[in-house]
Design a protein around this ligand. Structure first.
Ligand code: F6P
Length: 342
């Protein structure tokens, strides 16, 4: 009797809600097609230390609704820089007879996946976009983004309650590294006065002018409080490190006169809360669809690919091409946020 095809899955980089649903989808789809699946603990680190075991249908039960990743995750910079570390990983995969690997993570994890595909000597790798940032250009959505946006909106709703009671302005810092998608979507959904994202290049003074103008308009029509959403990538830019939510809030307090209204502002960093929590139905369904596609690709002995969703169709893209694509910001959404906040 022919041996069963063996694949493995790891989650890597920052965790994202929906990673568990993706693990479950990969394991259950693979078992359905009579394949065996190893779960590798802590991303590439577990691959290096040979920390892996076979997963059963039951072992991925009761995780679909849980945030985080049951496999654990890590960032292993040596994987990119040290060929000996990588060789150890490839040897471990071969020793277990593993022919295919699913890597669920963001761009750093994909760069690792591409190296495995090229150097391992025949192991096919398929990427699943697991990151809250939505910063992979080849796919409309990444696993975890929808949940993170909902978490931000939920938090901003709570801030809005207290800001409205006190007549204050909240400057809310959301994640997303170099990508402003979380800020744009949560800003629109929460009815923010102003949205600051790294894809729009402005100096600190230009951003402050923009905020002042937005608050002036809003106060002039009788609003008594305000919500400003900023992506962390804005102050990650060169010469912008000082430009944090707290800095903006203090500046607004000190410069109320430019707004023509008393301002009492506070900074709020939502932080890692955005990476936790039960995944939304949308993220769970995305994980299910993408996980199934990853298994199908490996069944067909295809690799060097990553799974995405474009116009609601699940697609596979070349991983290197996907990494070289530049993400475009949806300018219309920003204009829309502007129009609706007037
Ligand atoms: O890539 C996901 C992400 O949450 C980014 O939005 C954020 O900049 C980064 O990870 C934070 O990383 P760490 O968990 O290492 O602090």
């Amino acid at each position: 009797m022919a041996e069963k095809k063996r694949i493995a899955i790891l989650t890597s980089g920052g965790d994202a809600p929906g990673m568990n649903a993706a693990i479950r989808a990969v394991v259950r789809a693979a078992l359905y097609f009579d394949m065996e699946v190893y779960g590798i603990r802590d991303g590439y680190y577990g691959l290096m230390t040979d920390d892996m075991s076979l997963l059963s249908a039951g072992s991925v039960g009761d995780i679909i609704h849980r945030g985080g990743t049951m496999l654990g995750t890590a960032r292993l910079p040596e994987f990119a820089t040290d060929p000996a570390t990588r060789q150890k990983c490839y040897d471990n995969l071969h020793a277990h007879g593993i022919e295919g690997l699913v890597v669920c993570g963001g761009d750093g994890s994909y760069r690792g996946a591409s190296l495995v595909q090229k150097e391992s000597g025949g192991i096919n790798v398929v990427g699943l976009p697991g990151t809250i940032d939505n910063d992979l250009a080849y796919t409309d959505y990444t696993i975890g983004f929808d949940t993170a946006v909902n978490t931000c909106v939920d938090n901003i709703n709570k801030l809005r309650d207290t800001m409205a009671s006190h007549g204050r302005v909240s400057v809310v810092d959301v994640m997303g590294r170099g990508c402003g998608d979380i800020a744009v979507r949560s800003g629109i959904a929460a009815g923010a006065e102003a949205i600051l994202i790294p894809e729009i290049k402005k100096t600190d003074n230009q951003w402050l002018d923009y905020i002042v103008q937005k608050l002036r308009t809003s106060f002039a029509r009788g609003k008594k409080y305000g919500i400003i959403v900023m992506a962390e990538g804005v102050y990650a830019a060169p010469k912008m490190q000082h430009f944090t939510a707290d800095y903006i809030a203090s500046w607004l307090n000190a410069n109320s006169n430019t707004i023509g209204h008393r301002v009492d502002a506070r900074g709020c960093v939502i932080g890692h809360v955005q990476r936790g929590g039960s995944p939304t139905a949308s993220d769970r369904i995305l994980s299910a669809r993408m996980g199934e596609m990853a298994v199908n690709l490996l069944r067909e002995n295809k690799g060097g690919l990553c799974v995405g969703i474009v116009k609601n169709r699940i697609v596979a893209a070349d991983i290197d091409k996907a990494l070289s694509m530049r993400r475009r910001v949806d300018k219309h959404l920003i204009e829309l946020a502007d129009i609706l906040a007037r």
